[in-house]
Design a protein around this ligand. Structure first.
Ligand code: BGC
Length: 908
């Protein structure tokens, strides 16, 4: 039996309110039959379910198409217009010639034309200041409906963050909608089906509006970065049985009033005074709203997942009394560094205010360590109304924390007093990784939690201090790992749009996206290059060609910018007047010159552009970028490799740059101890710079060395690692590739040694210190030095979690074939080592679940795999010996498999 399931449209199930006029449809075959694959499909799209049931497809009947494509088939039917809902199904012929039909799914268009919008931007009177917050306004509109309501849609957005209700019932579960875009240019709107919330007669629509990113504190820039106060725009469209439509649009007739939330801000926290909850239905004191105009802001339908409540955590130990005799201060430990908010339950007299503070980690005296939050106050307040048990959750703030301290509460406390509510963009977890080493399993958990905490609306550096920005470098290094853990396709599609919006007219791409002042407008090497690298990563993992098409022009402009600013193909040369980049951020006693990193990334970008242009079938561009790659590689060799003729001026300039880097406060001291003593290399020109692990890694990974230098480069890299007592020295830039370079060049042993290293700098060091997320720095806390500088010491930064991709792809062996992206064909080539007895990984792909599961005891290698329907996999066994496949003798190490479940057993 084959079932055709998981019908999605633009990565969503039955989406409503999309504005993509050729949405992409995907489906899955579900069957355990070996060799199951699709040979043809027929898509039917109709305006009613009834028609579709009879195969009368008035929007699209694709006819039977001989094709195995089951992922991202673009809709090419009758033009879709605003509000149109269509129903669709697909008929799939499998390899036996049998046709199987899916159930019915649908998608619905949002408001496609600007004159579909009749609503106005509305707001309240208070605006506060750059450093002063305002109470949270509530908006309402009473209206009457007559007749039989057949459907109702709410189109709604805000400059700020909103929650909306109709007749007291929440219109959705979305949190912090409409998310963060560059509000000077664009804001997303949400579409909700609110039919069941309305009734014939009197109705009320209400909304509450927080500052969010638009009006609240962003990074270190204070409040009011886009608007001086939050504003709302809403349009409720009600359709009646007779086909008529009534629209209730935000306008001057809406009213506002302030309520119990006396302030609310992402960084500062929220204050709630329950005594100010309205106890009356009398609305005579509500005031008419103010109207605002923003004609330049594009209204774009929500792309990708919204933020939602994902899970709840309870205190893992009984609350600890920190108030002594007064018993009014308690600390709760949720056992996991998380991001979100808390629910609090308690009983106290009216007017009692409880203060909540949040921390990722405890100080030596077991008190909350909050210095690393910098100016983020991260403090909530709840004031009781005194009416029995009261339960409270903040609305428009989030914190990064494991520990919660409450103060000022004299009632009974138990584990249940505080519940942690985890918030992040609602992406499906797609990957699991487990092996025989509990420390590596904890590392995997830390990576996953780093992703949860920092994939809240956009890929951020950290979720707790006064920063929380979309640093391009951080997602550049982590994106590949992220695609294993969760389905990030929709999330990154929105990110890619934000990149286009943030790109400067000269083609440069800022260090943070959406752009938020006070950071370089040119992100520099390895940061801005996310523009090329991330869409390519998404393409490979999800087969998403459209993200390449949509960003192609922007990528080209970026390439032109870096080429223009790289005379002789040396990017960020010491005499370059622009921004030189962040270097190999947070490396340890190893300073890779910024021009070296820049030039290496220029070449790498060019090599990716060759692939991208080839996917998009642009042969001229392929040739152009191939030439650019060759030229840059040649320039790189002439400049950095041994025997190169570098002028004394260049050497001097480079020394100067090196000193500047070492003195650079941004890197916070990790370079202070660079030893520039005698060094020799048969690979690099040591007159110009001191080779670092990152230098070897980039040169090897980006294919910048002539073949005859590769093995020397590996040897020197390993020697450097060993010279440091089997430690890495790489920062953000080199770390993601380090283990790949080793395992792909015959040094799997060293890669495992590094992975298993438990003293810092290493991946497992933080794990041995009880970390439950990835730390920003290798030495966030050490026994001899204590905490690193509070100026930059987050305990929830995903960048060093980039090792996760190597764990999935090398330990568990799941590898993409970029020529058949999205796991249409993939390889399974596990590389056991490091004393591991087993590894087990799963990955939910667009076709179904891949399983890669091996056991190894030195004598027998047992390998169980699952290849999803409509895909193929090439298995490469890591050992040779007497082999069996599903109980039958088999020879050879490499096997091309079609869909199915297989077991290999090899006696070594
Ligand atoms: C962030 C990083 C970011 C960096 C720029 C830091 O403040 O937390 O993760 O990439 O600045 O180098």
């Amino acid at each position: 039996m084959t079932k055709i399931t998981n019908l999605t449209c633009e990565y969503r199930t039955n989406p409503i309110g999309i504005d993509i006029v050729n949405p992409r449809l995907s489906w899955q075959m579900q069957t355990e039959r070996q060799g199951a694959r699709q040979t043809a499909y027929r898509i039917l799209v109709a305006s009613t379910i009834e028609q579709l049931t009879e195969d009368k497809a008035d929007y699209l009947d694709s006819d039977k198409i001989e094709s195995d494509q089951s992922v991202q088939v673009a809709y090419e039917g009758q033009a879709l217009t605003s509000r149109q809902r269509v129903y669709w199904k697909v008929q799939v012929w499998d390899e036996t010639g049998t046709m199987n039909e899916s159930d019915v799914a649908w998608f619905e268009m949002g408001l496609l034309e600007s004159d579909d919008w009749q609503s106005q931007w509305i707001g309240a009177n208070l605006s506060g200041g750059v450093q002063s917050m305002i109470p949270v306004p509530y908006f309402r509109k009473d209206f009457a409906l007559e007749g039989d309501i057949t459907s109702a849609r709410l189109y709604i957005t805000a400059l700020g963050v909103f929650e909306c209700s109709i007749n007291g019932q929440a219109a959705s579960n979305d949190v912090f909608a409409p998310g963060w875009t560059d509000y000077n240019k664009r804001v997303q709107y949400l579409t909700y089906d609110v039919t069941s919330l309305l009734k014939s007669g009197d109705n009320t629509i209400g909304a509450v509006l927080g500052d969010g990113w638009a009006a609240g504190y962003v990074a270190w820039a204070g409040r009011q970065n886009y608007v001086d106060r939050p504003q709302l725009m809403a349009q409720l469209e009600v359709t009646f049985g007779d086909g008529t439509r009534k629209t209730i649009a935000s306008d001057g007739s809406w009213m506002y009033q302030y309520g119990p939330i006396t302030h609310s801000d992402f960084q500062m926290g929220e204050a709630y005074d329950a005594r100010k909850e309205r106890q009356t239905t009398d609305t005579s004191d509500w005031m008419p709203v103010q109207i605002f105009s923003h004609t330049n802001i594009d209204l774009t339908a929500q792309i990708g997942p919204t933020v939602q409540q994902i899970q709840e955590l309870s205190s893992v130990i009984d609350p600890i009394d920190r108030g002594g005799m007064s018993r009014s201060r308690w600390v709760f430990d949720l056992g996991q560094n998380m991001v979100g908010r808390v629910r609090f339950k308690g009983i106290a007299p009216a007017g009692t205010t409880v203060t909540f503070r949040f921390a990722e980690i405890l100080d030596a005296d077991d008190t909350l360590y909050t210095t690393n939050l910098r100016s983020a106050r991260a403090t909530d307040y709840y004031t009781f109304k005194g009416e029995g048990e009261e339960t409270w959750e903040s609305k428009f703030t989030f914190h990064g924390f494991r520990y919660v301290e409450i103060e000022g509460y004299h009632g009974d406390v138990s584990k249940d007093t505080i519940t942690g509510i985890v918030l992040h963009s609602a992406m499906k977890q797609t990957g699991t990784f487990e092996c025989s080493d509990p420390l590596l399993n904890q590392l995997q958990s830390n990576i996953l939690w780093g992703q949860k905490g920092n994939f809240l609306e956009l890929p951020t550096d950290c979720p707790q201090r006064d920063e929380r920005l979309g640093w391009t470098g951080d997602i550049q290094v982590f994106a590949e790992t992220a695609t294993f853990n969760m389905d990030i396709a929709g999330f990154m599609t929105r990110w890619a749009l934000n990149v286009r919006d943030a790109q400067n007219p000269d083609g440069s791409v800022p260090a943070v996206v959406p752009y938020a002042g006070n950071v370089p407008t040119d992100g520099g090497p390895a940061w801005a290059d996310a523009t090329i690298i991330c869409p390519w990563t998404v393409y490979k993992s999800y087969g998403d060609k459209r993200i390449l098409e949509e960003n192609y022009e922007s990528m080209n402009r970026f390439m032109d910018f870096i080429v223009e600013n790289s005379p002789g193909y040396i990017r960020c040369a010491p005499d370059y007047e622009g921004w030189h980049g962040f270097g190999d951020w947070l490396s340890v006693n190893a300073n890779t010159p910024r021009d070296f990193i820049g030039t290496a990334f220029l070449a790498y970008d060019a090599s990716l552009m060759v692939k991208i242009a080839s996917v998009l079938d642009k042969p001229d561009d392929v040739a152009h970028y191939q030439q650019l790659f060759e030229d840059t590689k040649a320039a790189f060799a002439n400049h950095y490799l041994v025997g190169s003729e570098v002028s004394p001026v260049a050497v001097q300039a480079s020394e100067l740059r090196r000193e500047l880097d070492a003195a650079d406060k941004l890197t916070q001291g990790n370079l202070a101890k660079v030893d520039y003593g005698d060094i020799s290399s048969t690979v690099f020109n040591t007159d110009l710079f001191t080779p670092t692990q990152t230098a070897y890694v980039l040169a090897l990974y980006f294919d910048l060395l002539p073949d005859d230098l590769r093995s020397a480069a590996i040897d020197e890299l390993v020697a450097d690692i060993e010279g440091r007592g089997t430690h890495l020295s790489t920062g953000f830039v080199g770390s993601p590739y380090l283990n790949y370079v080793l395992s792909q060049n015959g040094r799997l042993d060293t890669a495992y040694d590094l992975l298993n290293q438990k003293t810092w700098p290493s991946w497992l060091y933080a794990v041995t210190q009880g970390a439950t997320t990835i730390w920003e720095r290798w030495d966030g806390w050490t026994e001899d030095k204590g905490f690193q500088t509070p100026e930059m010491n987050s305990f929830n930064h995903y960048a060093y979690g980039a090792i996760g991709a190597w764990m999935y792809s090398t330990i568990a062996g799941i590898n993409i074939d970029p020529l058949q992206p999205g796991y249409k064909h993939f390889s399974l080539s596990p590389q056991p080592g490091g004393g591991l007895a087993y590894a087990h990984a799963t990955l939910e792909t667009a076709y179904g679940e891949i399983v890669s599961d091996w056991k190894y005891d030195g004598n027998t290698f047992t390998y169980n795999v699952v290849v999803p329907p409509n895909t193929t996999a090439t298995v490469t066994l890591p050992v040779t010996g007497k082999g069996q496949l599903n109980g039958k003798a088999v020879q050879g190490q490499s096997h091309l498999l079609d869909a199915g479940q297989y077991e290999f057993v090899v006696e070594i």
